[in-house]
Design a protein around this ligand. Structure first.
Ligand code: PHB
Length: 394
């Protein structure tokens, strides 16, 4: 008998004994369905953690704090964006708090560091934020509710080639999703007849964009294609303008993380006209999204949800629906019940591909516009139900 079966039998027997003693009564914490949410709530990527936590809490507030007859307990931990801490917190949540599922993962290295913990403990792991294609291949226990960077950027390369852009410099953060952005944008753009004048990679932590942007200015491409993770786009946009790239006639096109809805409105006029591709805009025109944006703002002092919030909201939906389908069981049953779900998200229709455990979703081409005095990513074109093109294994 495996250790896990032992533990389940033990829990089942002691639960039955407890019920025999106190016949009826309030739902006891021992029976709680526990979700461990690990996110960067402090440090340079705190905006991601705050969006994830706010959306997970909102989901519970709107859908009830009980599922399959069990009390839902959300245990939130701050990893500060440090992969060693993420891994340790995951171990503590699984062994100490006995969570049924671990969730969150604000950056790629944090997800990779934790994947072996999910595998060894046979704990479902819902990646709500990190977006490097190969993450889902690092553990069979991972399901992703966010997106992949590779999923969106090919559509942007097509848009650029069709819209008179011929020479591009690419500038990406030098880690997993940036490398994916560079590969999938640049290869597609070249296949469409474009030229990559120079691929530039900048450090993930504390990047000073100025010297890199000076190089871009000197190279005089038609456009700069950029990827930086959520929260960092403001600094890039500010220096793009300070270095006079806009005045020099260089267009900015980007992976949608750059015009992150959480910070977009503070970027000012330099952002107007920037074209991006992504899976979620707070301006997405659907009743489900309007309700989501309104509820999020009401619960968070007027703050706008970004794509991190929608990743957490949908990740909670996967967990709740799976828990309902399995009667609150954890482990493999919970994982399997998450693997083939499809539903209407605030971002549009979504589906988990059971073969890859990755999300299939619409990709939108968006343009930053000032609407009623505020900056928004307005969707101008839709590519329906795009699969991640970046899997390395067949
Ligand atoms: C990642 O680290 O995978 C990541 C984080 C933020 C983004 C995109 C990708 O906006």
């Amino acid at each position: 008998m495996t250790q896990l079966t032992h533990r389940r039998r033990f829990l089942a027997t002691s639960a039955a004994a407890a019920i025999a003693v106190c016949s009826a009564g309030p739902v006891r914490a021992a029976d709680a369905f526990r979700i461990g949410l690990i996110a960067p709530l402090t440090g340079p990527f705190a905006s991601t953690g705050k969006q994830l936590e706010a959306a997970a809490r909102l989901y519970i507030a709107r859908h009830g704090d009980a599922v399959a007859g069990r009390q839902v307990e959300l245990i939130v931990k701050d990893d500060g964006g440090n992969a060693e801490v993420t891994k340790r917190l995951a171990q503590e949540l699984i062994i100490g708090d006995k969570v049924q599922v671990i969730a969150g993962f604000g950056l790629t290295p944090l997800a990779f560091a934790t994947a072996p913990v999910a595998t060894q403990s046979k704990t479902p792991m819902v990646v709500m934020a990190a977006a490097t294609s190969s993450i889902t291949e690092s553990s069979p226990w991972i399901v992703r509710s966010s997106f992949t960077v590779a999923q969106g950027v090919a559509a942007l390369a097509d848009w650029a080639a069709k819209n008179g852009i011929k020479r591009v410099v690419s500038l990406v953060s030098d880690y997993g999703p940036g490398v994916d952005a560079e590969k999938f944008f640049n290869e597609r753009f070249v296949a469409r007849g474009g030229t990559i004048v120079e691929p530039i990679r900048v450090p993930l932590r504390n990047p000073d964009f100025a010297p890199f942007l000076q190089k871009v200015r000197d190279a005089k491409p038609d456009a700069l294609f950029a990827f930086v993770p959520a929260g960092v786009g403001s600094a890039l946009m500010k220096q793009f303008s300070e270095r006079g790239l806009d005045k020099a006639g260089i267009r900015l096109i980007a992976e949608g993380s750059v015009t992150d809805d959480d910070i977009l409105d503070g970027m000012g006029d330099v952002a107007v006209g920037v074209v991006t591709s992504h899976h979620y805009s707070a301006a997405h025109n659907s009743p489900a999204n309007k309700a989501f944006v309104e509820a999020f703002a009401a619960a968070n002092g007027g703050r706008r949800p970004n794509f991190m919030a929608v990743g957490a909201w949908d990740g909670m939906h996967l967990i709740y629906e799976a828990a309902k389908a399995t009667g609150g069981a954890g482990g493999e049953a919970l994982l399997n019940a998450m693997k083939s779900q499809s539903f209407e998200s605030p971002r549009g229709p979504v589906q988990i591909d059971p073969a890859t455990r990755d999300i299939v979703q619409n990709i939108y081409i968006r343009k930053v516009e000032r609407i009623n005095g505020q900056l928004w990513n307005r969707e101008v074109d839709t590519l329906p139900m795009v699969k991640d093109p970046g899997k390395t294994k067949p």
